[in-house]
Design a protein around this ligand. Structure first.
Ligand SMILES: Cc1cc2nc3c(=O)[nH]c(=O)nc-3n(C[C@H](O)[C@H](O)[C@H](O)COP(=O)(O)OP(=O)(O)OC[C@H]3O[C@@H](n4cnc5c(N)ncnc54)[C@H](O)[C@@H]3O)c2cc1C
Length: 294
């Protein structure tokens, strides 16, 4: 049976935090509701539902002083329509475009996708590759944390229940390309495997940063740091398929896939390697085109 909950509508972000603090661990923030209402329908107990969906001060998306700033209530629809031409805006728009359905994208928010902490959330591995920083406000005040520190388990975060995600910030690198690949059973399905990557070069066209973020292959989204290492310090012109195959195999070794109703661990492991290879190939080709390297 579905539990009854108290509906609360704060007038400002700080009031939302006060309401959650008064409710305790049974108080949950409601953004688009595309995850929370399903959880509630499936029996997840909610004592207080603190509706933040109308707090427009959390709905913004702009680039300022070399940073892309995304308010937590930015919808996937808005992310998809962002005309920004930097590598982060483009990758996030491309990702938003393949998530959910058009109707769901108008409701679903960036903050909800991250804070729901699903191992299959599409934005988290990409934002890990973009080295995103999260700003949260809670009963103890405001703090920032790297996105890599957000998830602690399936549907569980390191945030205090009172902490409300306010903003996602991506500091833009001078020369970088981000790309992703995801495997799904149908076009509208939650991903079976998600691989996001970022590659960046210095003034001499040498790789100075590489990121590989994996989703749906472990209890939490994973940064495959051990797989990134062989790319560092390599001139862009010297990257070949042998190196990318090695990196892809290492990325698969960073996954801890399981068998579930949607697919097998073996499929997830193979797909992680294949999709890493493809996403990296796209990112490297993009960088070569930018830098005029053959
Ligand atoms: C038909 C359908 C298709 C979907 N397809 C995809 C898909 O392809 N890829 C994918 O990744 N997801 C998918 N989803 C999941 C979902 O749409 C996303 O995770 C969505 O972005 C969640 O955002 P929301 O605003 O609806 O969150 P809500 O449901 O409002 O909240 C989700 C959780 O996050 C918490 N929360 C929300 N905002 C904040 C905040 N600012 N601070 C702290 N906590 C917060 C809530 O308390 C709750 O626990 C799909 C869902 C549906 C219904």
């Amino acid at each position: 049976m579905r539990s009854r909950f108290k509906y609360m509508r704060p007038g400002a972000v700080r009031e939302a935090v006060e309401m959650q603090t008064a409710c305790g661990s049974g108080g949950h923030y409601l953004a688009g509701g595309t995850d929370l209402y399903l959880d509630w329908k499936n029996g997840y107990p909610i004592d207080c539902c603190i509706d933040i969906s109308h707090l427009h001060e959390l709905d913004y998306l702009h680039t300022q002083a070399g940073s892309l700033r995304i308010g937590a209530l930015t919808s996937l629809r808005r992310l998809e329509a962002n005309p920004g031409t930097d590598y982060a805006s483009r990758a996030l728009a491309d990702m938003a475009r393949v998530m959910c359905t058009p109707q769901t994208r108008t409701l679903a928010t960036v903050g909800g996708n991250l804070c729901n902490a699903s191992p299959a959330a599409d934005l988290t591995p990409l934002l890990i590759c973009l080295d995103a920083t999260l700003t949260v406000l809670g009963r103890e005040g405001q703090r920032t944390l790297p996105i890599n520190d957000l998830c602690s388990g399936p549907k569980s975060t390191t945030l205090d229940p009172s902490e409300l995600l306010v903003e996602v910030e991506v500091r833009l690198r001078p020369r970088a390309v981000a790309a992703f690949r995801r495997a799904t059973r149908t076009a509208l399905d939650i991903a079976l495997v998600i691989v996001s990557v970022l590659v960046s070069t210095d003034d001499h066209q040498v790789i100075n940063a590489a990121r590989i973020g994996l989703g749906s292959v472990a209890p939490v989204p994973v940064r495959a740091e051990e797989a990134e290492a062989p790319l560092l310090g390599v001139p862009l012109a010297d990257i070949d398929s042998e190196l990318l195959e090695d990196v892809a195999a290492r990325a698969a070794a960073c996954a801890q896939p399981i068998d579930d109703a949607r697919t097998s661990a073996a499929y997830r492991s193979n797909a992680t390697a294949t999709l890493t290879y493809r996403a990296l190939s796209e990112a490297i080709a993009g960088l070569r085109a930018k830098d005029g390297v053959r």
